[in-house]
Design a protein around this ligand. Structure first.
Ligand code: ADE
Length: 240
């Protein structure tokens, strides 16, 4: 997976990706990151990326030109890579991070993890001129119903959850299979040593060594927890 990120804060993106599992995945060549600093592609002498809004109103908008030129540079990089590898570049999905987008979830992460390259556009200020969005964006994506100051944190959230689904990124101990949201229910409670802590004992069934009973207990606990904490997930499953 190759990520291309168009941003006004490249250091935020690179710092976020250069830790833990994602750093290891980059070292192993399983994922790669190319940041494009939008301010570097402005054509005016003050390197301004924003301007006033037609029709009035508070706040500034990111203008088309710097984003368009950044986009052309991304396309050029993608073409060079494809040529070097003897394949055709094809059309890539370009994700614009916005509270007005389709809400990101595990199924969407799985869908995007099958792509080979993804481009992210991180917006700022009060928004972005609609014309550039119409021209280049394939997917408008929100990470939830709240408003952030920019698209960088949402892009990091998406790259984190997509990357961990790519084969080899997690090792066996960190397996992506048996976890919250698998089969649409939450994960059961888990315990490690000691078997008693502050007077609280690990449930006997987990110490019993009876595999079938352990599985049954976990399934029950998953459903109980989902009903208590996320009843909406169970409603989704029954098609309501
Ligand atoms: N930009 C600002 N808020 C956002 C959100 N909730 N999701 C994605 N991008 C955003």
């Amino acid at each position: 997976m190759r990520y291309y990120v168009m941003t006004l804060f490249p250091e935020l993106i690179t710092k976020g990706m250069n830790t833990g599992v994602l750093w290891r995945a980059m070292e192993q060549g399983l994922i790669s990151l190319d940041c494009f600093h939008i301010r570097g592609y402005t054509k005016n002498k003050h390197k301004r990326v924003d301007d006033y809004t037609y029709g009035g109103g508070a706040g500034m908008l990111m203008a088309c030109q710097p984003i368009w030129d950044t986009y052309l540079a991304v396309q050029e990089r993608i073409r060079e890579r494809a040529a070097a590898e003897g394949r055709s570049p094809g059309r890539k999905r370009l994700i614009y991070l916005t509270p007005q987008g389709r809400v990101f979830d595990q199924a969407f992460a799985e869908e995007l993890s099958k792509e080979q390259e993804l481009i992210f556009l991180c917006g700022h200020y009060e928004g972005v001129d609609e014309r550039i969005l119409e021209e280049i964006v394939t997917d408008n994506v929100s990470i939830g119903d709240y408003v952030l100051t920019g698209g960088e944190l949402p892009a990091l959230v998406m790259m984190d959850s997509i990357s961990r689904l790519i084969p080899g990124v997690l090792n066996n101990d960190e397996s992506a299979e048996d976890e919250s949201f698998n089969e649409g229910v939450l994960e059961y409670p888990q315990y490690t040593r000691p078997d008693e802590w502050m007077g609280k004992r690990v449930p006997d069934v987990l110490l019993s060594g009876h595999h079938a009973k352990v599985l049954e207990w976990r399934r029950e606990q998953s459903l109980k927890r989902t009903a208590e904490r996320r009843p909406d997930l169970l409603a989704d499953q029954t098609g309501k």
